[in-house]
Design a protein around this ligand. Structure first.
Ligand code: C2E
Ligand code: MG
Ligand code: MG
Length: 578
C-alpha cells in the first residue's frame, strides 16, 4: 500500500489498461458514429473536439478545433447564451436541454437542441461536452401549428383568438394622453344569399376579396380579423375622437358597397357595422366586443350602415350575467345538471373503447343548455368547482355501472373534462381520489381531459400536477390540441396518454386533402413518437373518417359516429349493438 491506495500486480495493471482502452475505443466509436453533433469546449469557449457528425452542418470537424463556440451563436441569442454559459460553468454535470439556432455552412440557420454536460472536473475529459440535435423540422411544425391556431385558414387574417388577445393587450396598455380603443364589428348583408345560391366556393372567394378590401381601409398597425362566417372585426388603437372611427366605418361601407367581380359576375353585398369605443382601464374587452356586436345588429335591423354602442348594452350584459349566476346556484341545488356521453371509437378494432362525459343543463324554462351557454360564467364565479365535482362523480358512477352491465371487452373508459379553474384548484387530486373511492371505480376506468392552453399556461407546475394525477392510475388526455400556443418541447414532458386533435383540423379535411392533411399527419406522427395515442374530435362525415384512417389516427369521436347521448341511450349502445 502506498498513499493508502492498493498496489497492483503487473498483470492486473495490464488487464486494467486493456479494459480502459477497450472502453475508450467503444466510447470513441460511439461518439464518432452518432448522428448528434458532439463538441467539447474549454471554460473560455475554445472548441477542442468535434465529432464527424459536424459535417451535417457542412463543416469538416478538424477545421473547427481552436475556434470559439460563441462564434456559432446568433447575435440575437448572445446575451442568453452568455448567461447560460456562466450558469453551466458553476454547476458540474448535465443541464436541462436548451434550444439555439446554429449556422449551416450554406448560410442558413438550423434549429438545434443542445444537452450540455459540464465535465471540467473530470480529468479524462476536462471540458464541457455539448450534444446537439437538429430540431429544425419540429420547430417548423410548431410554427405552423401556432399560425394555424391564430389565423383564419381561408383569408389568413387573425382569427377570434388572436383578435381577443390583441384587444386585451390594447386595453392593458397605458394610454398615451386620452386615447381610446375602438372596435368595428362588420357583418356582410347578402352573404348568405350568395353562399346559398351560388355555392360555397364562390362564397369563399368573396370572403377573400372582402378581407383584402378591409385591410386596405385601415392603417398597417390596425388589426382586421375574421371571427367566422361573414363576421369581421377591426381594432383601432390610439383613437382620439369618435369622428376618426366613423370615418373608417364610412370608408369600409363605401368599399364594400362596390361590386365584386367574381368569375365574370358582378356581385353586390354591402355591410352593417357596429362600433364600440372604450378607454384602457375603463372597459372590459368582452364588453367592448359585445357592445359592437349588439350595435351591428341594431344597424342591420334599422337598415343603417353603422350604429354606435351606448352604455346600456354593457349594463344589460352585466345584469344577464348576474341573473345567470343566481340561476346556476339554484340549478346546483335542484340537481338540474345532466351528463351526456359521446363514444370514442378505436379505428383498428372498430369498437367503442371510451366515452367522453359532457355536461348539460336541463333548464326549467330554456330547455337543454350546452356548455358554452353556462360554463364560462361558472368558471368566472368559481361555481365550476361544484359542477365539476358533480360531473366527475356521476361519470365515475356510470363507468362503474357499465363495468357490471357490459361484456368484459366492452367496458369503456370514461373521460371527464377539467376546466382551468378545476385544474388549478389545490384539492383536485383528493377530489378525484374521493370520487373513485365513493363509486368503487378502479382508476384505470377514468380519464381526465385538460385543454392544451390550460396546460401551457404554467407548464412547469403543470408537469408535476399531471404526474400526481397519473400516479393515481388514471388516464390523461390533452384536449383541443392545436388551438393554443403549442410548445412541442413541453408536450414531450407531459405524461399524457392521449392527444385530442381539435375539430378545426378535422373540418379542414373536407375542403382539401392536401395542405392540412399534411399538418394532421405531422401531429399524429409527433404524438406517436411521444408515446401518445391520437383522438380526432368532431368527425362529422364519412370522408373525414376515411382520411383519418389514412393518417393513422388511433381513435375518432364525432357526430358521424354518434352524438353525445344521455345515460340510458349510451348504455343501450354499449350493451346491444356495436
Ligand atoms: P370538448 O371537450 O372539445 O368536447 C367536444 C365537443 O364537441 C362537445 O361539445 C361535442 O358535443 C362536440 N362535438 C362532437 N362531435 C361533433 C361534431 O361532429 N360536430 C360538431 N360541430 N361538434 C361535435 P359540447 O358538449 O357542447 O361541449 C363543449 C365544450 O364544453 C367541451 O369541449 C368541453 O371543453 C366543455 N365541457 C363539456 N362538459 C364539461 C364538463 O363537465 N366540465 C367542464 N369543465 N367542461 C366541459
Ligand atoms: Mg373534451
Ligand atoms: Mg376538445
Amino acid at each position: 500500500m502506498r498513499d493508502g491506495r492498493p498496489e497492483f500486480t503487473i498483470a492486473e495493471l495490464k488487464r486494467n489498461e486493456q479494459v480502459l482502452r477497450e472502453r475508450e475505443k467503444r466510447f470513441y466509436s460511439l461518439v464518432q458514429n452518432t448522428s448528434d453533433i458532439i463538441t467539447v469546449i474549454e471554460s473560455d469557449g475554445t472548441v477542442n473536439y468535434m465529432n464527424p457528425a459536424t459535417e451535417r452542418l457542412g463543416y469538416r470537424p478538424e477545421t473547427q478545433i481552436g475556434t470559439n463556440a460563441f462564434d456559432w451563436i446568433h447575435p440575437d441569442h448572445m446575451e442568453r447564451a452568455l448567461t447560460l454559459f456562466a450558469e453551466i460553468l458553476e454547476t458540474p454535470g448535465v443541464h436541462p436541454p436548451i434550444e439555439f439556432p446554429v449556422p449551416h455552412a450554406d448560410g442558413s440557420w438550423r434549429y438545434f437542441e443542445h444537452i450540455v454536460n459540464n465535465k471540467l472536473d473530470d480529468p479524462s475529459i476536462g471540458g464541457i461536452v455539448v450534444s446537439s440535435r437538429d430540431i429544425t423540422e419540429r420547430k417548423a411544425l410548431e410554427e405552423r401549428l401556432r399560425h394555424q391556431a391564430l389565423h383564419d385558414p381561408l383569408t389568413n387574417l387573425p382569427n377570434r383568438a388572436l383578435f381577443a388577445n390583441r384587444l386585451e393587450q390594447a386595453l392593458l396598455r397605458r394610454p398615451r394622453r386620452k386615447r381610446s380603443v375602438a372596435i368595428l364589428f362588420v357583418d356582410l348583408d347578402n352573404f348568405k344569399l350568395v353562399n346559398d345560391s351560388l355555392g360555397h366556393e364562390l362564397g369563399d372567394r368573396l370572403l377573400i376579396v372582402v378581407a383584402e378590401r378591409l385591410r386596405d381601409c385601415v392603417r398597417p398597425e390596425d388589426t382586421v380579423a375574421r371571427l367566422g362566417g361573414d363576421e369581421f372585426t377591426v381594432l383601432l388603437e390610439g383613437v382620439s375622437n369618435q369622428g376618426e372611427v366613423i370615418e373608417v366605418a364610412e370608408r369600409i361601407t363605401q368599399e364594400l358597397s362596390q361590386p365584386f367581380m367574381l368569375v365574370g359576375r358582378e356581385l353586390f353585398v354591402g355591410s352593417s357595422i357596429g362600433i364600440a369605443l372604450g378607454a384602457p382601464g375603463e372597459v372590459h374587452p368582452e364588453e367592448l366586443l359585445r357592445g359592437a356586436d349588439e350595435a351591428m345588429y341594431r344597424a342591420k335591423s334599422k337598415g343603417k350602415a353603422y350604429d354606435l354602442a351606448t352604455g346600456p348594452d354593457v349594463n344589460s350584459r352585466a345584469m344577464r350575467r348576474l341573473e345567470l349566476e343566481g340561476d346556476l346556484r339554484r340549478a346546483i341545488e335542484r340537481e338540474e345538471f345532466r351528463v351526456y356521453y359521446q363514444p370514442q371509437v378505436l379505428l383498428s378494432s372498430e369498437s367503442i373503447v371510451s366515452v367522453e362525459a359532457l355536461v348539460r343543463w336541463q333548464h326549467p324554462e330554456r330547455g337543454l343548455l350546452l356548455p358554452y351557454e353556462f360554463v364560462p360564467v361558472a368558471e368566472e364565479t368559481g361555481l365550476i368547482t361544484t359542477i365539476g365535482q358533480l360531473v366527475l362523480e356521476a361519470a365515475c358512477r356510470q363507468a362503474r355501472a357499465w363495468r357490471e352491465e357490459c361484456p368484459k371487452d366492452r367496458r369503456p373508459v370514461v373521460f371527464v373534462n377539467l376546466s382551468a379553474k378545476q385544474f388549478q384548484q389545490p384539492g383536485l387530486v383528493r377530489q378525484v381520489t374521493e370520487a373513485l373511492h365513493k363509486t368503487g371505480l378502479e382508476p384505470s376506468g377514468l380519464g381526465l381531459e385538460i385543454t392544451e392552453s390550460v396546460l401551457m399556461d404554467d407548464a412547469h407546475s403543470t408537469v408535476s400536477m399531471l404526474q400526481r394525477l397519473k400516479a393515481l392510475g388514471i388516464q390523461l388526455a390533452i384536449d383541443d390540441f392545436g388551438t393554443g400556443y403549442s410548445s412541442l418541447a413541453y408536450l414531450k414532458r407531459f405524461p399524457a396518454d392521449y392527444l385530442k386533435i381539435d375539430r378545426s383540423f378535422v373540418e379542414d379535411l373536407r375542403k382539401d386533402s392536401g395542405g392540412d392533411a399534411v399538418l394532421l399527419s405531422g401531429i399524429v406522427t409527433l404524438a406517436h413518437a411521444m408515446g401518445m395515442r391520437t383522438i380526432a374530435e368532431g368527425v362529422a362525415t364519412a370522408e373525414q373518417l376515411s382520411q383519418l384512417r389514412k393518417q393513422s389516427c388511433d381513435l375518432v369521436q364525432g357526430n358521424y359516429l354518434s352524438k353525445p347521448l344521455p345515460s340510458r341511450a349510451a348504455t343501450e349502445l354499449l350493451t346491444n349493438r356495436l
